[in-house]
Design a protein. Structure first.
Length: 276
């Protein structure tokens, strides 16, 4: 993938939410200095890439304006890039992506797959950087209502293919495209598990895959007790298992909040699946 490391194993992308309202760690890193320190800590813990986002995409989240999103992320992207960190920007807005790329970002991660902003595909094509297209079916505010499928694997694959074709038509080079099935985005828990079991069908789309299931609600539901779903902060072991299985299943990268355990997991998966 152009501009990104190729260590011969699944990459680990560390999540850095510069937001007050993200589901896992909202508010902890809203201060630029705290965000920069955490980004460096993610790398020290094993992240290959740090994914900086300035707008929450949790279910039900509202939008922030582009000026505020840029204000949150630009100093963090610039500081991390200056420190030699490979930075991704997590945004659906072309203007924010363009600003982040100018500040040193090397990858654009778009949960709308280019559908939220008609200028996004043009910006990415001009920059010639890797681009993650994620399946989501619409904004976070009403994603739960969109989780209706007759064939979740077939429909997600078809909809990803359509967005991929739009990206290529806009001038994005096919070798720069990464696909993400969007676990938890317009998906109920059973949809997430079905998609994970169907990794070969997603690989057949012909692009590297990212799996982003870290600490998500479907893991909490899986581990629920009579007291209710497993709390967000207590889903790390399940996230690590998901990273190991995803890596063994051939995905290009996992996106996680705590890189250390997932880095170990993908190293084990690489050794397990290596040709003798």
């Amino acid at each position: 993938m152009p501009g990104l490391p190729a260590p011969g194993r699944c990459l680990v992308i560390g999540v850095l939410n510069v937001t007050p309202d993200s589901f896992s760690d909202g508010g902890r890193f809203i201060d630029p200095e705290a965000a920069l320190a955490h980004g460096l800590a993610l790398v020290a813990a094993g992240a290959d890439v740090v994914d900086v986002g300035g707008e929450s995409t949790r279910p039900g989240a509202g939008r922030v304006d582009a000026t505020e999103e840029r204000r949150r992320i630009e100093p963090v992207v610039r500081g991390l890039a200056a420190a030699g960190v490979i930075v991704a920007v997590d945004t659906t807005r072309a203007a924010v992506a363009e600003a982040a790329l100018a500040a040193g970002a090397a990858l654009v991660n778009d949960v709308s797959a280019g559908s939220a902003d008609p200028d996004m595909l043009r910006v990415v094509a001009a920059a010639r950087v890797p681009y993650v297209l994620m399946h989501s079916r619409g904004p976070s505010s009403d994603m739960a209502e969109r989780a209706q499928y007759a064939d979740v694997v077939g429909e997600v694959a078809t909809e990803l293919r359509e967005r991929r074709d739009a990206a290529v038509a806009a001038g994005i080079e096919p070798e720069c495209i990464v696909l993400d099935p969007g676990l938890g985005f317009a998906k109920r828990p059973e949809h997430n598990w079905t998609l994970l079991r169907a990794l070969p069908a997603l690989h057949a789309l012909g692009h590297p895959l990212v799996i982003g299931g870290s600490r998500k609600a479907f893991l909490g539901a899986l581990l629920a007790t009579e007291a209710g779903p497993r709390p967000t902060a207590a889903r790390e072991a399940a996230t690590t298992a998901l990273s190991a299985l995803s890596a063994a299943g051939g995905v290009w990268a996992v996106r996680v909040h705590e890189p250390r355990a997932s880095r170990d997991a993908v190293e084990v998966a690489a050794a397990w699946t290596a040709d003798e």
